[in-house]
Design a protein around this ligand. Sequence first.
Ligand SMILES: C[S@@+](CC[C@H](N)C(=O)[O-])C[C@H]1O[C@@H](n2cnc3c(N)ncnc32)[C@H](O)[C@@H]1O
Length: 254
Amino acid sequence: MKSQIYNQAKYYEIAFSFIDAKKQGDLFEKFIKKYSKTDVKSVLDLACGTALQLREMAKRGYESIGLDASMKMLDYLKSESKKEELKVETLRADINKFKLTRKVDFAYIMMGSIIYVKNNELFLSHLNSVADSLNNGGLYLIENLAINWADPSFFKPQHWIMKEGKIKVKTTYQIIPKNPLKQTVTQILKMEVDDNGKKMEFIDKDDLKIIFPEELKLLVDKNSKFELVGFFERNDAKLLKNVSPDNIVLLRKK
Ligand SMILES: C[S@@+](CC[C@H](N)C(=O)[O-])C[C@H]1O[C@@H](n2cnc3c(N)ncnc32)[C@H](O)[C@@H]1O
């Protein structure tokens, strides 16, 4: 795929190594316990990247499948899983339209990656693909980007630095409103890498569409294969009450 960032799996993983996969695995299990209507033995990570969460689920004994468009990400996931002695299957596919060879019991898409489904038509196609991949009663968890158009600070760039050994990655992430009528934003992701003194820069700039909660409800209704369980806080399985960067959408296959 045409991405500078997602072709740099190792640096990407360092940049996002603040992810607490154990905590996220606990959260998945909380949702499963409370809302799944099927026993969960297998999981699907959509737009999995290097898939810290999937590796955590594999550690916990779930049959684990990671799907991504980037071969570099999947190769990295394969080699890390091998090192960690974990059984993880990988599938190179497009989240907009894909087909698994067998169904799973729980599916999720993390870190706002649902934004790579670029319009409502594709969102309906995406839901069809997820529905065809899930057993009845299984959950689909979407960690959505919660855009607060009313708060200008939301659109300021965020910077952070993460290190592993002698590799330092400075990441910049920014969302800039592009066309509020079309709900589009420009997403900028930049990694400035210092790898043992070798300096490199990678940047992705994409025009993407935000999906709002009320719109999502209608699309889920139109698709008709899921029921909406609710919108939840990101750190707990509690229903969302106010606007916040937390935004987990939970769907259940009918
Ligand atoms: C922000 S990363 C998220 C990675 C991982 N889920 C995480 O939480 O760290 C987004 C991922 O989406 C993948 N991606 C982007 N567009 C895609 C598409 N149309 N189909 C499949 N994967 C896609 C990229 O290759 C990248 O690995």
